[in-house]
Design a binder for this molecule. Sequence first.
Ligand SMILES: [Zn+2]
Length: 82
Amino acid sequence: MNEEPVARPMEHPDAETIRRFACVAATRDENRIIVRHLLRGCPECAIELTRSWLSPLTVDPCAYDKALDRCLPLLGNILLKQ
Ligand SMILES: [Zn+2]
């Protein structure tokens, strides 16, 4: 009973989701999916992510606002506890 495990094809997040991840505009669930996928070692998506980071045309101009909207309440809570 020494059967080789059957390799299942890896499902990749779509390029648009990777672009949103790179621009800090992905949803929390999308972030989890992409991080989990990248931790599995997918070189294709790692390359796609690198392209998204290196290409200034793919940066969502609202990305900073979205990131700050997420971080400011957390920062406020931290500062209020001190
Ligand atoms: Zn992939």
